[in-house]
Design a protein around this ligand. Structure first.
Ligand code: S3P
Length: 173
């Protein structure tokens, strides 16, 4: 039995939502999709929140949501790709659970997100070079927050999920 949240972090397209769905089944835990929660609460898609209310408003909504999770029973939490950029968010995650970083190469990320209309951060910059440079900027935040890091390149969701679970005891104790 896992008694704390498992926060999945990583760049857009790293596989957080897919793996969160697998872990939910395998560990019989609740699932919280941060992006979906915010979309539901705001009543509009992420791209529209960014366009009408601004990125700062969205980031504030992420922080509020993370703060509210201390009240929830243990869940797999699929975090928005930018959530770790705020120090207070990482503090909240560390207080309420363990943090698993999913990584993938910029090429893999590009293939996974290239047709997405729901990634305003990549609007007008949907290419490997931009993804690679943003990933480098964010790398210290992702790596600094992670309790466990798992590469997802060329692995199936089942393989990745099993790898996380087999490391849960060691890394997430
Ligand atoms: C963002 C990632 C998105 C979403 C928003 C901002 C980011 O989530 O929260 O578009 O800044 O990396 P995913 O990582 O689930 O795509």
């Amino acid at each position: 039995m896992i008694s704390h949240h498992i926060f999945l972090i990583g760049f857009m397209g790293a596989g957080k939502s897919t793996i969160a769905g697998c872990l939910k089944e395998m560990l019989n835990m609740n699932l919280i999709e941060m992006d979906q929660e915010i979309v539901q609460k705001e009543g509009m898609p992420i791209a529209q929140i960014f366009a009408e209310k601004g990125e700062e408003y969205f980031r504030q909504a992420e922080t509020k949501l993370l703060a509210s999770l201390s009240q929830e029973s243990p869940a797999v939490v699929s975090c928005g790709g930018g959530a770790v950029m705020r120090e207070e968010n990482v503090t909240l995650m560390k207080k309420n659970g363990k943090i698993v970083l999913l990584t993938a190469s910029p090429e893999t990320i590009y293939l996974r997100v290239k047709d997405s209309q729901e990634r305003p951060v990549l609007n007008g910059n949907m290419n490997v070079e931009y993804i690679s440079s943003l990933m480098e900027k964010r790398r210290p935040f992702y790596e600094g927050a992670a309790d466990l890091t798992i590469s997802t390149d060329q692995k199936s969701p089942e393989e990745i999920s099993k790898e996380i679970i087999s490391n849960l005891d060691k890394a997430l104790a």
